[in-house]
Design a protein around this ligand. Sequence first.
Ligand code: BTN
Length: 254
Amino acid sequence: MSRNVAQDQLTAERVVPLLAGRFGVPYLHETSCESTQRLLAPDLPEGAVAVCDEQREGRGRLGRAWLAPPGKAILCSTLLRPPPDRSAAELSLVGGLATAETVEEATGAVAQIKWPNDVLLGGRKVAGVLAEASGTVVALGVGLNVNQTADELPAGARLPAGSLFTADGVQRERAPLVAALLLRLETNYERWRDGGLASVRQGLERRDVLRGRAVVVNGERALARGIDATGRLEVEVAGARRLLESGEVELVLD
Ligand code: BTN
């Protein structure tokens, strides 16, 4: 590993030779951009990918900002054109599963998924997924914290933030991780496209950090039952079953 792995740029020159599937064609790289979610024109082919080393206006779910210092994280968006009979809302889960698998392959540790879009490692959020639909296309954005030190991570987040580095002390080259992530995204996306959520559900269930845990939903205490067949979170509030389509669920840490 080179001395400068934390500074490696995710240029096409570095990443494209590592790509093994159809995602990443074309591969658009900018050193700095507002948000990779804005770089994908809707007429690009499915699998087009935008990556940058620094985002000036990175976006998270529910209008939050997504922050990462330059050169330390993976910030990428992939253009998808899901079939009309699939629910694009499920793509956050598909992206979360692909990201969790990438994290596991890189670290050898088990990653968890917190419905609907967080990826956790050792109890800390190391990645988030943002699926934004516009007409028939979806920009599936992934932010994965790779080489940040503890003091380079956002403080005061609702879930404590982590990076692969804070989990295991290893500084990693980001280019091979981008290639691995794109392959996992493609594999899981195609499974979902052809077979629906059922085809990725086992992978989700195995990593579901909320299942069986006490949670808070809209200020009410509840018991999380798990992700249902349509990607909703099933919770039990005062003995009554509720299905959540989206929103905020906090884990109760006893
Ligand atoms: C979240 O956890 O709220 C989702 C975070 C998604 C962040 C990624 S970084 C790449 C892409 N560009 C953005 O502006 N957001 C997504």
